[in-house]
Ligand binder design. Structure first.
Ligand SMILES: [Zn+2]
Length: 141
């Protein structure tokens, strides 16, 4: 019996009641961020409770998809056939007031500069889900 799971080092995503909205929106090309319904604090990645006031009440906002590169790393290991190397992964500030981690596409690592403007687009994860990716402004898929 063959195993239908792709052989890759990329972990499977775990979708819960607290993060399903994020993946549903990404499939529609929208970046949604979780917001505390009591104090208004934005948080990403999504979770069940507000880290600021501990409320379990939340809703979401649609983010602009604008981003500013706060930090990045260039991943070389583990070698994985589902990934394209060099793989730059960025930590970006969103103007709405939280941060996001995503792969950077279409920009060579030596072209990256902290503070550069980027745009959030979307691309397919190794296991088929649609996830945010970072592009030059105007270059998003
Ligand atoms: Zn709160």
């Amino acid at each position: 019996m063959s195993d239908p799971t792709p052989r890759t080092a990329v972990p499977n995503l775990i979708i819960t009641e607290d993060n399903k909205f994020f993946f549903d929106a990404a499939r529609e090309g929208r970046l949604e961020i979780q917001r505390c319904a009591d104090c208004g604090e934005l948080r990403h990645p999504p979770g069940p409770a507000c880290p600021k006031c501990r409320s379990f009440n939340w809703d979401t906002i649609e983010a602009s998809r604008k981003a500013t590169l706060h930090s990045y790393t260039v991943v070389h290991h583990p070698p994985d056939p589902s990934l394209t190397y060099p793989l730059a992964v960025g930590l970006v500030d969103l103007p709405e007031g939280t941060r996001l981690v995503a792969d950077i596409e279409g920009i060579e690592p030596d072209e990256l500069e902290l503070g550069m403007e980027l745009e959030v687009g979307f691309g397919e994860h190794a296991h088929g889900e649609i996830l945010p990716r970072l592009f030059r402004p105007g270059g998003a898929a």
